[in-house]
Design a protein around this ligand. Structure first.
Ligand code: ADP
Ligand code: MG
Ligand code: ZN
Length: 564
């Protein structure tokens, strides 16, 4: 390789032999004054893409980053290499800020890290006007996306950089990669004409696994004990409460775990973060507030105890595992309640219909990844518009899940929901109630509302409770069932029509085998054999068909629905 000024800096300052992937091209492009939009997975080496051009070009490279908590570390690391770096953010004392400003004006800074909210302060604009700026780097550029999971309102102002300093080249960088987000970033940051560099998003050393949620706390401990004892990992939970609970339960099991969420005071958060970074084998239990920009190379596993809201979020969070390239695990436990909860959260979220629709689409893509019978990696990369071979390493490659014809069970669930919907009279019922009715379980609630008199009562003794949960989950994932926000009750959606009418076969994912099934009290003896219809079952179906006729009329569904 020809010794360019950029390569010389890479070797002399950073001590690396060669550029990786697209780095050489990106660095050369930006060093010569070109604009760039860089999409590269976490750990891909985005920092050098703006650091080296900043060193090669005259003036100071201004890096906009939302990661205020990490600025000190970043500056320290650069200073250790002899790079003249400073930062400006709200955590500083006035005199510290002044020192940095003086250094900037004196032309003594190679790199200046700037928190986005500093741009709101008019003084900052005046300061930058007086300085010689070599480039603007917009790190974590997906923060400009209002649809994303890391939206920062201050990022919207970054579109003005180009108007105010038109001659300064800009490079925006992110590890978020769908074509949709990329278009959004480009348009919001006025980078449509910039060169776009899109790296491969495959992380071959990460093993992807998505397991049905059973007893998540126990599943997590098993994962850590059997596969990652004494190793560093991140466990993501949806709520602060579950972060606290999970961290405490791990500690109780002798696993060194620390909590991290926005409800903890800044000091505790900073302490926990630095212990995670500096000590070996700490498990960080956190909300998604944790992790962006954390450069810990040896995170051996990322576990999700709750369903991420989007594939992009999932990819970002799992991407924090294995930055050192060594084998790592991305494990997610996913259950029926997750789908219900997420759908409800979308419904009750602020924003207009279009916004909710968008959130719903993101969730659907995540659910499709959970329910796929395909290679997880193939599915994940396909989402980012990239193709891949079956990886042979993810859970679905290793134990290909069978798919099974779930048409009849789906019809039974849908029919039960319709039936309950008609008789609701303001009462609430959720998945548990539906399953109890299907399985003919005489619970208090069932007796109270005389659900044992329903024609659907006990038509589902052929499947175990967990199987019914799986069926309902997959119906929710496909939006054949919807969740009413106020009551958390289910309704049958239009998309279920063809299945309900028997026009569409519904293939479902079969869960991998689990421990022996428990049979609860109060369950009736199975009335219906699995495959062959006993006379009893035939009778049940006959009844079912009769009332289906009524329901069909009301629902505008043709009455010829046949339950095989
Ligand atoms: P990103 O911002 O894309 O997540 P970083 O810029 O933090 O990634 O880089 C991740 C790690 O890779 C860092 O430890 C960095 O020093 C290292 N790295 C980056 N480029 C190279 C290279 N060309 N050769 C060796 N190591 C590199
Ligand atoms: Mg980075
Ligand atoms: Zn695979």
């Amino acid at each position: 390789m020809e010794l360019t000024p950029e390569l010389e800096v890479l070797r002399r300052v950073f001590g690396y032999d060669e550029f990786r992937g697209d780095q050489a091209e990106i660095v050369a492009h930006v060093a010569t004054g070109g604009d760039a939009l860089v999409l590269m997975p976490t750990g891909g080496g985005k920092s050098l893409c703006y650091q080296i051009p900043s060193l090669v070009r005259p003036g100071t490279g201004v890096v906009i980053s939302p990661l205020i908590a990490l600025m000190q570390d970043q500056v320290d690391a650069l200073s250790a290499l002899g790079v003249r770096a400073g930062f400006l953010n709200s955590t500083q004392m006035p005199h510290e800020r002044q020192q940095v400003e003086q250094a900037l004006l004196a032309g003594e800074l190679d790199l200046l890290y700037l928190a986005p909210e500093r741009l709101r302060v008019p003084d900052t604009g005046r300061l930058l006007d007086q300085a010689k700026i070599s480039l603007f780097a917009i790190d974590e550029a997906h923060c400009v996306s209002q649809w994303g999971h890391d939206f920062r309102p201050d990022y919207l102002q970054l579109s003005h950089l180009h108007e105010r300093w038109p001659e300064v080249p800009r490079i925006a960088l992110t590890a978020t990669a769908t074509a949709e987000t990329r278009r959004e970033i480009a348009s919001r940051l006025d980078l449509e004409d910039a060169r776009h560099f899109v790296a491969s998003f495959d992380r071959p050393n990460i093993q992807y696994r998505i397991a049905p949620k059973d007893k998540p706390a126990k599943q997590l401990v098993d994962l850590i004990r059997t596969e990652h004892p004494g190793e560093a990992g991140i466990v993501y939970c949806l709520s602060r409460a579950s972060v606290e609970r999970t961290a405490a339960s791990l500690v109780g099991q002798g696993i060194p775990a620390l909590p991290y969420h926005a409800g903890l005071d800044a000091r505790t958060r900073a302490d926990n973060q630095s212990r995670f970074l500096r000590e070996d084998g700490i498990v960080m239990v956190a909300t998604i507030a944790f992790g962006m920009g954390i450069d810990k190379p040896d995170v051996r596993f990322v576990a999700h105890l709750d369903l991420p809201k989007s594939v992009e979020g999932y990819y970002q969070e799992t991407g924090r595992a294995g930055r050192d390239g060594l084998p790592s695990t991305a494990w997610l436990a996913y259950g029926l309640a997750d789908v219900v909860q997420q759908r409800q959260m979308i419904e009750t979220s602020e924003g207009d219909r279009a916004h909710k629709h968008r959130l719903g689409q993101h969730l659907n893509a995540m659910l499709a990844l959970c329910e796929t019978v395909d290679c997880r990696r193939v599915q994940l990369l396909r989402y980012f518009g990239q193709s891949a071979e079956r990886c042979g390493n993810c859970d679905t490659c290793l134990t290909p899940p069978e798919s099974w014809d779930g048409t009849v069970p789906a019809q039974k669930v849908l029919s039960t929901v319709i039936r309950l919907d008609r008789e609701r009279n303001g009462q609430r019922f959720g998945a548990g109630q539906i399953v109890d009715i299907l399985r003919g379980k005489e619970t208090e609630k069932v007796r109270q509302f005389r659900h044992d008199e329903l024609s659907v009562f006990g038509i589902g003794t052929d499947l175990a409770e967990s199987d019914w949960h799986s069926v309902i989950r997959q119906l929710l994932a496909r939006e054949m069932l919807t969740v009413d926000t106020r009551y958390g009750v289910f309704s049958v959606a239009e998309a279920a029509g063809p299945v309900l009418r028997g026009e569409q076969q519904l293939m479902l994912r079969k869960e991998p085998p689990r421990q022996a099934r428990r049979s609860g009290s109060g369950e009736r003896k199975p009335k219906v054999a699995a495959a062959d219809l006993s006379p009893e079952a035939a009778e049940v179906f006959e009844r079912l068909r009769a009332w289906r006729g009524e329901v069909a009329k009301e629902q505008g569904v043709p009455a010829y629905v046949v339950f095989h």
